[in-house]
Design a protein around this ligand. Sequence first.
Ligand code: NAI
Length: 327
Amino acid sequence: DQQPVTVTVTGAAGQIGYALLFRIASGAMLGEDVPIRLRLLEVPAAVRAAEGTALELADCAFGPLVSVDVTDRPAEAFDGADVALLVGSRPRTAGMERSDLLEANAGIFGPQGRAINDHAASGVRVLVVGNPANTNALIAATSAPDVPRERFTAMTRLDHNRAVAQLAARLGCRASDVDGVSIWGNHSATQYPDVTHATAGGQPVPTLVEQDWLESEFIPRVARRGAEIIDVRGASSAASAASAAVDHVRDWVHGTPGRWTSAGVASDGSYGVPEGLVSSFPVRSEDGRFSIVQGLDIPAFSRARIDASVAELEAERDAVRGLGLLG
Ligand code: NAI
C-alpha cells in the first residue's frame, strides 16, 4: 500500500483554505489513489474555525483522506510535510506602507521557512500563495538553508489560468486548446502575460489576435483581474486561487508532458532575471522538477515588460534586505 503523503496548509480557516482543502482531500491534487494526511496551521484565534472545517472534511468521507490535524504551532504543522501550501499571510490594510507589509510577512514566512527546514520531509515541495507571494517565497527559502531553493515556489498559476481563459474566450476555443502562455515576473499588477509563443489549436496566437487587443485589453485585464473579482464579487478570488494551487502542485508532481505552464521559481539567471529572485517564468515539469523553458525569443516589447516587473521584485528584495530580514 502507498504511504500517506503529508500535506500542510497554512491559513486553513481563510477563504482560499475553505475552497482548497476539499479539493486536496478529494484527490484532485495528488491523485485519488494517494492517501493524504492533512495538517492545518492557523493563528490561535482561528484554530477553532479550522477545526470546524476539519469536521466538514470528515463529513465528506473522502477516500484519500487519512487524517486531519489542526495546530497553531509551525513545528508541529510542518512535521514530515511532503507538500506545504503557505496560504496564510498578513494582508495589506488601509494606510499600510509597503515596508510594513513586507516586515509583517517576514515575521510569518521567516519562522515558517525555519520550521520547514527543521521538520519537513527531505523532499518537501513548498508553494507560497500568500501575498506578496514571490518575496514571501524568497524569505521562506532564505530561512531554510538546508532545503534546495528549487523546492520553494510562488503561485502565478492563477495569472496563467486567467490568461489562458481570456485567450480561449477571445478565440472561441477551449482553455485546453491553448498552450505556450507565459507569465513573467511578479504576482502583481506589473506581471507580464506573454502570448508571443502561445498557440491555440496549434495555430500561433500572434497571428490570431491583434496587437492592439493584447496591449489595451488582454494584458491589463489579466494583470488586474484580482481587482475586477473584488469589484464584482465583493471579495477576493478564492475558489479560482485554490484551483490554481491544485493545478500548480499537480503539475509539479505529475509533470506537464508536451506542454508548459507558469510558476514563480528561483531564477538561475535565465532571461537576465537576477539569480535567486523568485520570479515567474514559463516552466515545464518533468520527473518531479520544474525547469525554466529555455531558448525563447524575447522581442523588445516583451523585454521592457519583463524588466519592469523584475525591477519591482528586486525592489521588494532590497526592502526586505534593508530591514535585515534576509539574513
Ligand atoms: P483570508 O484572510 O480569508 O485567510 C487568510 C488566513 O490566514 C486567515 O484565516 C488567517 O488567520 C490565516 N493566517 C494569518 N497569519 C497566519 C500565520 N502566521 N499562520 C497561519 N495562518 C495564518 O485570505 P485568503 O482570501 O484565503 O487569501 C490568502 C492569501 O492568498 C492572501 O495573502 C491573498 O492575497 C493571497 N492570494 C494569492 C493569490 C495568488 O495568485 N498568488 C491569489 C489570491 C489570493
